[in-house]
Structure formats: C-alpha cells, structure tokens
Design a protein around this ligand. Structure first.
Ligand SMILES: [Fe+2]
Ligand SMILES: [Fe+2]
Length: 266
C-alpha cells in the first residue's frame, strides 16, 4: 500500500492573491494525484464569507477530496459576530468545522482548535480525542490515521514567541496519541516543522506508537515584511511501514522540495 496526500495551511485568501501560486498548486496536485488535500485553517484573512468562497473555489480546482478546518482568521474579525456567530460563514461555505474524510489508505479527522475570544491561542476541543478515536475505529487496519488542527503542537526553530502552541499541549498530544493518531498536522505559525514524538518526549514503556507532528509553512504570505514566515506546503507519503513528510517551498514561480523526513510507522 502506498499513498500520497497534500497538506497546506494559511492560505489567507483576501490579501496578496497570486494566480501563479494557485495554478502551481493545481498543477502539483495533478502531478502527485494525492488521495486527499488537507487545508489546516486560515483559509481567509478576515473571516469574510467572500474570502472563504474564494478559498473554496481554489480547493474545488484540486483533483482530490478536500478536508478543511477553520483557523483563527476564519471567524469574524470584530465583535459581536466573533462571539455570537463565530462559525456561521465557515459552515456556510465548508459545511462543518470538524469534518472527517476517509479516502483510500487514509482517514483524517478535522478538529476545531479556534477559540473565538483569543486572537492567537488555540486549544484541543474537549470532544476531540473521542471524535478521532471514533473515526479511526471505523477505518481500515492499515489506513494512515491523521488529526488536522489549525494551531500547532510543535513549534519551528525560528518562530517568534508570540504564537504559542496549542494550550496544554502535553495532555493534548497524549490524548490524541491514545486515540490512535499517527500524524497530527497543523499550521498557524507559517513555518515548517516535522518531528516525531519520541524525539522530544520521554514516553514510558511500552514505548508507544510513533506520532509525527507536521506543522506546514504558510501557503499564502499575507505579511510580506515579516521574514519569519515561509511560504510552501507539505506532501505526505506513506507505505505500510513508513511515513514521509516532504517540505516544498514556493520560490515565486514554482514549488521546490527542500526537505524530506521519513519515519517508521507503528
Ligand atoms: Fe495564518
Ligand atoms: Fe492562524
């Protein structure tokens, strides 16, 4: 069994859109033929329904099913809508803020990590591990089990401290690992980070399953003066034994593969 999925984040539609990038994304998907495209939030810049629709129009061009979750930019920017109807626009365009998509060789569970009363910080929803466990229990034995969040669990080495990782991330990671997640993807910080749990945490015996955390660079670049924001995406490939995450960066005209990290599964 081999599989390929594409994961991108932080499109920030509504500011600095370029058709060259859109066309390159579509072309890359035609080349790779991924079984699933994952968009991990901040699809829009200000949470406007028109911006979300433009993001959806791009995703509709991809030759693959799409799983999208909201980011902190995908809810109304101002009060009172930010609190009274945070998910209305996203649900109107994408249907659900916590979708589950099953495709050949993969099952992905989207979880909504956005807290409307926080502009930056995120948290694992209380029902998240249960939802993931339920989705994974119904999947084929060898299917890659993926959780999709907007907010990152693992930071990147060059990120400013302002964007904190998911709240109570130790407990969140333990709970998601117990649910059966093998790969947890996110974005939010616009920098790439790919790391396996046992590389940074002492997991008491039995050693436990491998859990890879993949934080994608930003697909969009809404703040061009911020040098601490990379532009690109991840390509995920897997077999029955291995999982690999490739980082592709946008050089202004094409996506260029800059790194591949490979991990044993299970
Ligand atoms: Fe973002
Ligand atoms: Fe974000």
């Amino acid at each position: 069994m081999t599989g390929c999925a594409i994961h991108f984040s932080d499109l920030h539609r509504g500011v600095r859109e370029t058709s060259a990038l859109d066309d390159a994304l579509v072309a890359l998907c035609h080349d790779l033929a991924p079984v699933l495209a994952i968009a991990s939030g901040d699809l829009s810049n200000r949470g406007r329904v028109q911006e979300l629709r433009r993001a959806k129009a791009l995703l509709d061009r991809l030759p693959a099913p799409v799983l999208a979750v909201p980011g902190n930019h995908d809810i109304p920017y101002t009060l009172p809508g930010r609190v009274t109807r945070p998910w209305r626009a996203f649900e109107e365009v994408f249907g659900s803020v916590q979708p589950v998509v099953t495709a050949p060789g993969i099952v992905a569970c989207g979880l909504n990590s956005v807290r409307p009363w926080r502009h930056q910080g995120g948290r694992l929803p209380g029902d998240g591990p249960g939802r993931a466990a339920e989705a994974f229990a119904a999947a084929d034995a060898g299917a890659l089990r993926v959780v999709v969040l907007h907010h990152h669990l693992a930071g990147a080495p060059w990120r400013a401290a302002r964007k904190l990782p998911l709240k109570r991330r130790d407990a969140a990671l333990s709970a998601l690992a117990a649910s059966g997640a093998e790969l947890i993807v996110g974005g939010h910080i616009h920098q790439s980070s790919v790391v396996e749990r046992h590389e940074f945490e002492a997991v008491d015996a039995p050693r436990g399953r491998s859990v890879v955390l993949a934080t994608a660079p930003g697909l969009g670049r809404p703040r061009p003066r911020r040098t601490g924001e990379a532009q690109g995406l991840h390509v995920v490939r897997w077999t029955a034994r291995e999982l690999a995450v490739e980082t592709h960066v946008w050089d202004g005209g094409a996506f260029v593969r800059t790194a591949t990290r490979t991990f044993p599964r299970g």
